[in-house]
Ligand binder design. Structure first.
Ligand code: PLP
Length: 396
């Protein structure tokens, strides 16, 4: 028996462990200091009331013979029709028309971002941005695939554009981006779609943060771009949209127009899912189906507005200090340049020791992250304001 030795090529994912360890050590040494975490990558606001009611009703359904549900319906790979219909209506509001069997319900974007690679040969070359959400890199390392990096830097506003000289087969785009908070305009995405079609590549588009977009020039779905259905798969999640990080639900769109080597990737994915996946729980799907109703949208927007006010508080603080950053406007993340030429970890220590504020060192997301630092807006308003007051005192 031989193991998949590609796993031995994975780098230790020590970033968040090291942040946690350094924070714990500081707290132990200074038990009376109040440490504020602007490093939180998880949501903190509770589920929308209409989601909770829908889930309660679904639990009740499960308690009675007449309404009990077992495995989900086969027709849409175990997705319930009312949930898929709500997703189609949400796309329709973005001007995108999809068919019900182009939408696959998942237990979140992370699983599908990894699982989708089952469809692609190990010979394919992956192109990922640097800095990057580490899942794109690690899942390709596990599959033994060659990885190229598209540099995201201060010079390009942390939004790399296609390089005609680079041949890639699988292209990862994440907009609004984690960790940089930068988001592509429709015109920029059009250039990526044109490039993918020219190279016969497939774009894996991670739209986990699309509900933070407020700016009309920015695309909320890659399918807003003409011809994208011929070259892209889109990954969406209720996690950041509706506080589902602990509930677990998302959806992946594989258009029927996406064909490679004469084979429909939609059919391949349906075959993969019905073989290796048995669907998302009925209770969860009913909760998710409440999100894109008029009532649900109004309620989730309140939570998103709360996080965006925090982001604005941090942005105002950085503006006042004259510090370069991306994100914060259409994203829960702000990606700031470390002051006085400090490295990411030097700034981490400086901020923790002098302001009792914790962020995430950018160097943990890739080589281009060195000298940058990620702050998030997922904390409470009070903590965010206090953290900014301390940062202003320290750096002002
Ligand atoms: N994609 C990005 C860019 C993320 O930052 C995250 C979570 O932080 C995910 C996907 C995973 O989302 P989910 O909770 O749906 O698995």
């Amino acid at each position: 028996m031989k193991i998949n030795s590609n796993f031995l090529n994975l780098k230790d994912s020590y970033l968040f462990a090291k942040v946690g360890q350094k924070t714990a050590e500081y707290k132990k040494a200074h038990p009376d200091h109040d440490v504020i975490r602007l490093s939180i990558g998880d949501v903190t606001r509770p589920l929308a009331p209409c989601v909770v009611s829908a889930m309660q009703k679904a639990v009740e359904d499960m308690a009675h013979v007449g309404t009990f549900k077992g495995y989900g319906p086969d027709r849409y790979c175990y997705g319930y029709e009312n949930l898929i219909a709500s997703i189609l209506s949400s796309y329709a509001r973005k001007g995108v028309t999809l068919e019900a069997d182009e939408v696959f319900i998942s237990d979140g974007a992370k699983s599908d971002l990894g699982n989708i690679l089952d469809l692609f040969s190990a010979d394919n070359v992956a192109l990922v941005p640097d800095p990057v959400y580490p899942v794109y890199v690690d899942t390709n390392v596990m599959g033994g695939r060659k990885i190229l990096y598209a540099d995201a830097t201060e010079a390009n506003g942390f939004l790399p554009m296609p390089d005609g000289g680079v041949d890639a087969d699988i292209i990862y785009l994440c907009s609004p981006n984690n960790p940089t908070g930068a988001a592509y305009t429709r015109a920029q995405l059009k250039a990526w779609v044109d490039y993918a079609i020219e190279k016969d590549a497939v774009i894996l588009y991670d739209a986990a943060y699309e509900y933070f977009i407020g700016d009309g020039d920015l695309a909320r779905s890659i399918f807003e771009i003409e011809s994208a259905k011929q070259c892209a798969i889109e990954f969406c999640s209720y996690s950041k949209t509706a506080g589902f990080t602990g509930v677990r639900c998302g959806y992946t769109v594989v258009p029927k127009a996406l064909v490679r080597e004469g084979t429909s990737l939609n059919r391949l994915w349906a075959r993969r899912q019905t073989t290796k996946f048995n669907g998302v729980s009925y209770v969860t799907q009913m909760g998710a189906a409440a999100v894109f109703t008029a009532e649900g949208e109004a309620q989730i927007k309140e939570n998103i507005a709360y996080y965006k006010r925090n982001a604005k508080t941090i942005a105002n603080c950085l503006d006042g200090l004259g510090i370069f950053y991306t994100g914060g406007q259409n994203s829960p993340y702000l990606w700031m340049k470390c002051p006085n030429g400090m490295t990411s970890w030097e700034f981490f220590d400086y901020l923790l020791e002098n302001a009792c504020v914790v962020g995430t060192p950018g160097s943990g997301f890739g080589k281009n992250g060195e000298g940058f630092f990620r702050l998030t807006s997922f904390g409470t308003a009070e903590n965010t304001e206090e953290a900014c007051r301390r940062i202003r005192n320290l750096l002002g």
